[in-house]
Write a protein that binds this ligand. Structure first.
Ligand SMILES: [Mg+2]
Length: 315
């Protein structure tokens, strides 16, 4: 079965879609400013489960995933359109009010204005469509296609927590009953923090040559950068910033850090000389860009192997 990535690639070729392929589309706004625009759809029982989250956390996440795409371009989020298809059983409750409460709580944090959207009924499952637009200085959008051989590869924050949080949910743990490390892991999954400020900061110093947010998993998203840039990569497994709360055996923790999705950290490439000593507590160097197009290798204890692109796949 074709993947969603193959489907989109085919659409791009068939209809000549020049603005598709980054975390956001980039459009000229005026002489000094470009617009960045992204859309995300969240479908009940595919992207979330109602018995795993709360309406306000779901509202938060619906906005956070789109803010993360704006962050991945180095943009400042400004406006949003939110559309929902709501089944009758939820419409009768306070669910939608609480969902918007959670959405607005995060929107206020970033001064994002809701400028429109649509509300419709759906037969059975809740469907959410989130569009966010932002701005950046003309010509400064950080795309996936700018990585050069010799650039260093960096990641913000820590990896694997959101995937472990999903495992905990699948194993029947309930957020309200959890404290400590397990609660933190679950919150990485249910209420992610978009790296908007860091994305803007990196862009203001014109540091990254390419950038993407980690939604599909480090392996898959690094392959997206390599595909777009026509380069390869080598990752030092021992340098991965693994979430300190991960509680599995070391191999499994590394697997989640590589392949687990939805950490919503930023993955970027940059010349190391521009980077030494900066953001040191929030950013980790994990590898290097190579000229071997499409080949991503991992090194651990001196041994090399090929890293397949299999990260988190939606279907
Ligand atoms: Mg993205």
């Amino acid at each position: 079965m074709r993947s969603e990535f193959e489907f989109i690639l085919n659409l791009k070729k068939k209809y000549g879609l020049n603005h598709v392929g980054d975390d956001c589309a980039v459009l000229p706004k005026d002489g000094k400013t470009d617009l960045v625009i992204t859309a995300d759809m969240l479908v009940e029982d595919i992207d979330f489960r109602l018995d795993w989250t709360t309406p306000d956390l779901l509202g938060h996440k619906a906005l956070a995933v789109s803010l993360s795409d704006i962050a991945a371009m180095g943009g400042t989020p400004k406006w949003a359109m939110l559309s929902i298809g709501v089944p009758e059983k939820l419409w009768k409750t306070r669910f939608v009010d609480r969902f918007y409460d959670g959405w607005f709580k995060l929107a206020r944090l970033y001064n994002v204005e809701l400028i429109g959207g649509d509300v419709s009924r759906s037969p059975d499952k809740l469907v959410i469509d989130s569009i966010v637009a932002g701005e950046l200085r003309k010509g400064t959008a950080i795309r996936r296609s700018g990585a050069n051989p010799g650039d260093s590869i960096f990641v913000t924050g820590s990896l694997g927590g959101a995937a472990r949080g999903l495992q905990l949910l699948e194993s029947g743990y309930q957020r309200a009953r959890l404290r400590g490390g397990k609660r933190s892991l679950m919150d990485r999954q249910l209420t992610p923090t978009p790296r908007v400020e860091l994305g803007k900061l990196l862009n203001s110093r014109t540091i990254p040559t390419s950038m993407i947010d980690i939604s599909d998993g480090l392996a898959a998203d690094l392959h997206h950068i390599c595909d777009a840039s026509g380069v390869g990569a080598t990752i030092d497994l021992d340098s991965l910033p693994i979430d300190k709360h991960l509680d599995l055996d070391p191999n499994e923790n590394v697997r989640l850090a590589l392949s687990g999705g939805e950490d919503f950290e930023l993955l970027f490439t940059a010349k190391e000389k521009y980077f030494r000593g900066r953001f040191s507590d929030e950013v980790t160097r994990i590898g290097e860009v190579t000229k071997h197009a499409g080949v991503v290798e991992v090194i651990s204890n001196g041994a090399r192997r090929i890293l397949p692109r299999a990260g988190y796949r939606h279907f």
